[in-house]
Design a protein around this ligand. Structure first.
Ligand code: 5GP
Ligand code: ZN
Length: 115
C-alpha cells in the first residue's frame, strides 16, 4: 500500500528500530513510547483493520502471538508481564491503517494507557 507508513517501514523507506523480523512479521519500537517498552508488532501483509482479517490469515495471526511470546521472553518481560493492545476504528483512536499490536511493558499500568 503506497501511502501506508507501516508498509514503508517494512520496505525500509522509513527507518525503524527493529526488534524482530521474519518473512511475514516485523516488530519495531514505537516512535512515541507510552511505556519503557513499547513495541509495535505488525504483519508484512497490508491489512487495514482488524475487521479485514480473513480466514486465510488465521495462520499469520496465530504466528503473531507466537512472535509476541518470543519478543516478551527475549526482552525479559515475561515474568513481570506486559499489555497487548490493538485499536480498531475511529473510537479506538486507530491512526495507522495497517493492523498492529502494541506491546507495552516496563512499568505498572493503570486501566488506561493509550488515550
Ligand atoms: P494506533 O493509534 O494506530 O493504534 O497506533 C499507531 C502507533 O504508531 C502510535 O503509537 C505511533 O506512535 C506509532 N507510529 C506512527 N508513526 C510511526 C513511525 O513512523 N515510526 C514508528 N516507529 N512508530 C510510529
Ligand atoms: Zn500497510
Amino acid at each position: 500500500m503506497e501511502d501506508c507508513i507501516f508498509c514503508k517501514i517494512i520496505k525500509g523507506e522509513i527507518p525503524s528500530e527493529k526488534v524482530y523480523e521474519d518473512e511475514e512479521i516485523l516488530a519495531f519500537k514505537d516512535i512515541h513510547p507510552a511505556a519503557p517498552v513499547h513495541i509495535l508488532v505488525i504483519p508484512k501483509k497490508h491489512i487495514a483493520t482488524l475487521l479485514e482479517i480473513s480466514e486465510q490469515d488465521s495462520y499469520l495471526m496465530g504466528k503473531m502471538m507466537q512472535v509476541i511470546q518470543k519478543i516478551a521472553k527475549d526482552l525479559g518481560i515475561e515474568e513481570k508481564g506486559f499489555r497487548l493492545i490493538a485499536n480498531c476504528g475511529p473510537d479506538s483512536g486507530q491512526e495507522v491503517m495497517h493492523i498492529h499490536f502494541h506491546l507495552l511493558a516496563g512499568r505498572k499500568m493503570g486501566p488506561k494507557i493509550i488515550s
